[in-house]
Design a protein around this ligand. Structure first.
Ligand code: PMP
Length: 403
């Protein structure tokens, strides 16, 4: 993998911030966009911007074809059996809400929902709302200090009352790669459905939804070189057929009268209204871009970045890393004894280094460690070892200024 060449694809990486070269280490929040994807976005608005599925004119048909080709690219990438099992959404949050809403009619009082202790708020709140609507009980699969799920407790929590299990593939706050195949198989053994939040995994790992036998898998395009406001929900055909639509409107109907409406077939049943057409097409282009580099090469290189950054950061006195799971991706959450993460992040910004500070939309994890938040540096395949050195120097500088 030629990182120097790859970096040339990302115009934003050439810019300066506060008079310093940008070192972008907030990839877990959103990734940067290569020129190849930007070109696809510009091409759409310059040449064939039109509403899809309904038009007989050439532009509408061109846009429809490209949108449906993008759906097929996503299907192929995640190895879904059918393209209609791929629902275009505005992102992971939207995808999860479709499923949580759909289960309202399928759960009864006293049914149990299991959720991991290391979830993003978007994989907690919709289930809490579902539990409130249905009288189902939300139970938490705990984790240890390294940020690994306690699988023996998971075994104990599973029962014939368990109807749903929700877990992220990779934790955004800790980087832990969860044993999702085991989680899925064990849930299926008691007849529960499983939703895996793949928002953080999709930029690093090519998930095979058929091999995983997962019921639902969710992704946000903006974390994998695509645009914001775009993502997908994969659902097994039988589940998507069972769930009622999330929103009513145009595109999702078969027939409408004032007495009764019948719904369109999959995937349109879940795609009410004009979608983010350009976003869907650009999502397909982002997958093309990443696949051309290759996910194995990406994972191997990011692992080197993780190892080097971990080793160098740990040389700093008083620095503690949260999330030390054996199986983790290129996310480092840390604090320095006596210093507030926000203050460190603000100084890093002045030095051109973009990191995230705070609770990372995962407050229960921060409560678990009894901290207000962390500084999170998250690395992508276009980051370099030199940038790790800049980060470490910047953290040392911040430490010197704040102590
Ligand atoms: N789940 C995880 C693990 C995430 O990291 C994020 C984004 N930070 C989300 C869900 C929500 O994604 P989005 O805001 O794109 O809907």
């Amino acid at each position: 993998m030629d990182v120097t060449e790859i970096r040339k694809d990302f115009p934003i990486l050439k810019r300066e911030v506060n008079g310093k070269p940008l070192v972008y280490l907030d990839n877990a929040a959103t990734s940067q966009t290569p020129q190849q994807v930007i070109d696809v976005i510009v091409d759409y608005y310059q040449n064939y911007n039109a509403n899809i599925h309904r038009g007989v004119h050439a532009l509408s048909q061109e846009a429809t074809d490209k949108y449906e080709v993008a759906r097929q690219k996503i299907q192929k990438h995640f190895n879904a059996k059918n393209s209609y099992e791929i629902i275009f959404t505005s992102g992971t949050t939207h995808s999860i809400n479709i499923v949580a809403n759909g289960f309202t009619t399928l759960l009864e009082k006293g049914d149990e929902i299991l959720v991991s202790a290391m979830e993003h708020h978007s994989n907690i709140v919709p289930w809490q709302m579902l539990a409130e609507r249905t009288g189902a009980v939300l139970k938490v699969i705990p984790m240890n200090l390294a940020g690994e799920l306690l699988m023996d407790v998971y075994d104990e929590l599973l029962s014939n009352k368990t109807k749903l299990v929700f877990c992220n593939h990779i934790s955004n706050a800790l980087g832990t790669i969860n044993p999702i195949k085991e989680i899925i198989d064990k849930a299926h053994a008691v007849g529960a459905a499983v939703l895996i939040d793949g928002a953080q995994a999709a930029p690093h790992i090519k998930a095979d939804v058929q091999k995983l036998d997962v019921d639902f898998y969710t992704v946000s395009a903006h974390k994998m070189c695509g645009p914001t406001g775009e993502g997908m929900l994969y659902g097994k055909e039988e589940w998507l057929n069972k769930l009622p639509p999330y929103q009513g409107g145009g595109e999702m109907i078969a027939e409408v009268t004032f007495e009764k409406t019948t719904y369109a077939d999959l995937p349109h049943k879940f795609e009410a209204g004009t979608p983010n057409i350009c976003g869907g097409i650009a999502f397909g282009a982002a997958l093309d871009y990443m696949n051309a580099i290759g996910f194995e090469a990406i994972a191997a290189y990011e692992h080197e970045l993780l190892e080097y950054a971990t080793q160098e950061l740990l040389k700093i006195e008083g620095l503690k890393i949260y999330g030390t799971a054996k199986n983790k991706t290129s996310v480092i959450s840390f604090n320095i004894e006596g210093l507030h993460p926000y203050d460190i992040g603000s100084i890093l910004d002045k030095l051109g280094v973009a990191v995230r500070t705070g609770h990372h939309c995962a407050q229960p994890i921060m409560d678990f460690y009894k901290i207000p938040g962390t500084v999170r540096a998250s690395f992508s395949f276009y980051n370099t070892m030199d940038e790790v050195d800049v980060l470490v120097k910047a953290v040392l500088r911040a430490k010197g200024m704040l102590e």
